[in-house]
Write a protein that binds this ligand. Structure first.
Ligand code: IMP
Length: 505
């Protein structure tokens, strides 16, 4: 059979089994439940309640409610599912009509009591076992009887909630609604109906889940045999099944051995045992049922990826309270890491920068945070190195004009006056980053070459940005803005190296 034929055949098979399931459902409903006015869940159950109470034909209520629910299904469920649902709804509609026409009636217009008078409970048990099997048959062939099944299948599509559980919730409300129909007699009589309905619900859903899980049930084999190669080969080629070989060590024999590990569908067990027995009747085999198997050929894992991705984001502290630096670094690292500032971890210390080099200062700051807070962190130190000034201000950039530091206006003023009438205006920004992850220290650097302008230009950025013009541009960092600066700056280069390192770990 070609793949196309296989697909068509599978589809035809689905429709045939759905029809069979609906046939069983119709028999169960009209022969075992309706004659005794037994209420049930689902839209069929709701339609029956309305019929018992008002005489409004069951199949008509059924088709009206399903018409509305189909609009919902159109949005949530796939086209294929919808086709089968429409097929199922119309088939069940006609089957219910037809069954009521041909089944002999009692005086009250309800189908006759096959199980005889007073056999309500027995009839309910038989009816529920059949409806449970019927619904499972429909579901297992990607169909639905419409109604609450649409709600259940929609929920099941996104969440790992069993179909049975969703149906129970919907049915609970439908059956409970009997209490509001005075036509069902006194409150006590209505309560009886509801109790019967709950029994129907429990039985039907139990059978439904049982049949569905039995079909899906998976088992795990461990096979210990001297002929492990032959067995693995046979399972691989004859059953077209994957095999994993684990290294084992026999404690008593003291010998190395191989153990075959296989996850399979329960219905493959017999063939598996046959093969093993044919090759090595003395093989030692353990078979256990597993709660679930997820992966190719088995079930799909129904968890939301987004939350996992978010949880995976690694937290890392940037030892700074400089908001400009923080936002520059977050723009580069933000997607993959949660970058926290010193303030965000409650650190308001004025960390002394007494090192002789940029690297020393970066290390001092990172180590301070790591020692005090035991968190993965990194710190940077940046310096502006001007050729005509022998590399000054360099590590002293922050305090170039004296004072406690970071008076950018005073620093720029001093630098411009030092370079007055000097044609050699070559300079570079150098950043060194020290990273500490689980106690391990690594450093990265980044350099951008450029020139010092004659005067201040531009309003963006910070520090020496208004007087530094990077190579290849005729605007200062303060004129270029953070968008461009973040692509070419000293810090961007160092942070990019840091990001590459962190992502490779
Ligand atoms: P620190 O790395 O924060 O110690 O900075 C040393 C000095 O360089 C400070 O005066 C900062 O304002 C200045 N600085 C650091 N990074 C930049 C930058 O990207 N552009 C301009 N000035 C900077």
């Amino acid at each position: 059979m070609t793949i196309d034929h296989k697909i068509i055949w599978n589809e035809v098979k689905d429709y045939m089994f759905i029809a069979l399931g609906l046939f069983l459902y119709t028999i169960a409903f009209t022969v075992f439940l309706m004659p005794y006015q037994i209420v049930a869940g689902g839209v069929t159950g709701l339609s029956a309640i309305i019929y018992y109470a008002t005489g409004f034909h069951l199949e008509n209520t059924y088709i009206i409610i399903n018409g509305i629910l189909l609009l919902v299904a159109l949005k949530i469920l796939g086209y294929k599912f919808l086709m089968k649902t429409i097929f199922a709804i119309f088939t069940l509609y006609f089957m219910l009509r037809f069954a009521q026409d041909i089944i002999p009636k009692q005086d009250n217009g309800l189908p006759f009591k096959l199980m005889g008078e007073g056999q309500d409970f027995m009839s309910m048990i038989i009816g529920c076992v059949i409806t449970g099997i019927a619904l499972a048959t429909v579901f297992l062939h990607n169909g639905s009887t419409g109604g609450t099944d649409i709600i259940a299948a929609s929920v099941n599509k996104y969440h790992n909630v069993s179909l049975g559980s969703v149906l129970i919730a919907a049915d609970f409300c439908i059956i409970g609604s009997c209490m509001f129909f005075p036509q069902f007699g006194t409150y006590l009589e209505r309560a009886h109906k509801v109790m019967f309905g709950f029994c129907v619900m429990a039985m039907e859903n139990y059978v439904l889940d049982y049949v569905m899980n039995a079909r899906r049930q998976s088992v795990q084999f461990f096979i210990f045999s001297r002929k492990w190669q032959e067995i693995a080969n046979a399972i691989g080629t004859q059953m077209n099944h994957g095999v994993t070989i684990l290294d084992g060590h026999g404690w008593y024999t003291g010998k190395q051995m191989k153990v075959l590990c296989i996850l399979a569908k329960k219905n493959e067990s017999v063939n598996m045992f046959r093969l093993i027995k044919m090759i090595d009747p003395n093989a030692f085999v353990s078979q256990s049922s597993v709660i679930g198997v997820y992966g190719e050929g088995f079930d799909e894992m129904k968890v939301k990826i987004k939350n996992i991705e978010e949880k995976k984001k690694m937290k890392i502290v940037f030892a700074t309270n400089n908001l400009n630096k923080l936002s520059e670094v977050r723009k580069i690292l933000g997607n993959k890491f949660e970058v926290l500032s010193l303030g965000e971890i409650g650190c308001h210390d004025d960390i002394p920068e007494k090192g002789q080099t940029l690297k020393d200062n970066a290390l001092i700051k990172a180590q301070w945070v790591y020692d005090k807070y035991h968190v993965n962190c990194f710190a940077d130190d940046t310096g502006l190195e001007v050729d005509a000034l022998g590399g000054a201000p360099g590590v002293y950039s922050a305090r170039y004009a004296g004072g406690v530091g970071h008076d950018s206006e005073a620093n720029m003023k001093k630098l411009l006056s030092e370079l007055e009438n000097n044609d050699n205006r070559k300079a570079r920004f150098r950043t060194v980053i020290a990273l500490i992850i689980d106690g391990k220290v690594t450093t990265f650097d980044g350099i951008v070459n450029g020139v010092i302008t004659e005067g201040k230009r531009g309003g963006e950025g910070f520090g020496y940005d208004p007087i530094f013009m990077p190579e290849g541009y005729n605007k200062t960092f303060a004129e270029l803005g953070t968008g461009i600066k973040n692509n070419i700056s000293h810090r961007a280069k160092a942070v990019q190296k840091l990001a590459d390192y962190l992502l490779k770990r």
